[in-house]
Design a protein around this ligand. Structure first.
Ligand code: ADP
Ligand code: MG
Length: 240
């Protein structure tokens, strides 16, 4: 292992310092993230809990390089976000971050395997037979063996979210980000999805998940509470 790789293992995966985010609103601006500080260590399953409108998705978008903070420092895997070009950010996003959303965001004109292969298509390094083989492995991992050539519209919500999880994993990202991954699912299906995420975390995957559902806390290794763009301690959150 090189010295850089050794350092990498010891440093946090994510370090956010004094992050502010404003959205323009008419003549004024909306202060959505208020001087947030957050360190996420490799191997954590961090849950960000808060009611609708508290700023969770805005924070996730910054962590996932889908949006930029108005000010503050963001370090991901020892890279300072503000020094990266748009191209470098897209590459980093595709290579190192796997996204899971409430609405799955599968492409209906592609079959299940093709959806899972997409991050590898963007990466542009693997030919189709290999992509298909890898997609098959990950579909097996999420319990969807035999569904490779199904249409996504033939699948239940829980199965569609499993496809999205397989898609999030194929490039072996450093981080899995899940924004309300069970928000569109019934409680039994939610439990199945959470057990897959917990299993991935047991195997070492770093996960950041956003939810408004306090029942989900048991799956996390750490919970942070958010309200009106601020982190609160548990007691203040539960009493507020
Ligand atoms: N692109 C945007 N432009 C203006 N306001 C936004 C935008 N995105 C989010 N907001 C506002 O920021 C606040 C936090 O939103 P969001 O991060 O989506 O919260 P959560 O995910 O916790 O429900 C809300 O008041 C929302 O209306
Ligand atoms: Mg949200």
């Amino acid at each position: 292992m090189t010295e850089k790789q050794l350092n990498n293992l010891q440093s946090p995966l994510i370090d956010l310092k004094d992050i502010n985010k404003y959205f323009p609103m008419g003549n004024s601006k909306l202060h959505v993230l208020k001087n947030l500080n957050l360190t996420i260590h490799r191997g954590e399953f961090l849950m960000i809990m808060g009611k609708s409108g508290s700023g969770k998705t805005t924070l996730m978008n910054i962590i996932g390089f889908l949006d930029q903070a108005t000010d503050g420092d963001y370090i991901f895997d020892d890279e300072e976000a503000s020094t990266l070009s748009e191209n470098q950010k897209s590459e980093l996003r595709n290579k190192h971050i796997g996204f899971i959303f409430q609405q799955f965001f599968l492409i209906q004109s592609l079959n299940v395997s093709q959806n899972v292969e997409l991050p590898m298509v963007y990466e542009g390094k693997k030919k189709e037979p290999l992509r298909r083989e890898i997609a098959k492995e990950y579909l097996h991992l999420v319990g969807l063996e035999g569904k490779e050539y199904s249409k996504t519209t033939e699948l239940s919500g829980g199965q569609q979210q499993r496809v999205a999880i397989a898609r999030a994993l194929v490039n072996e990202p450093l981080l899995i980000m899940a924004d309300e991954p069970t928000g569109a699912l019934d409680s039994e299906t939610s439990r199945d999805i959470m057990e897959i995420l917990a299993q991935l975390n047991d195997e070492g995957k770093t996960i950041v998940m956003v939810t408004h559902d306090p029942d989900m806390r048991k799956y996390a290794s750490r919970v942070v509470y958010m309200k009106d763009g601020l982190f609160l301690d548990e007691e203040a959150f539960l009493n507020g």
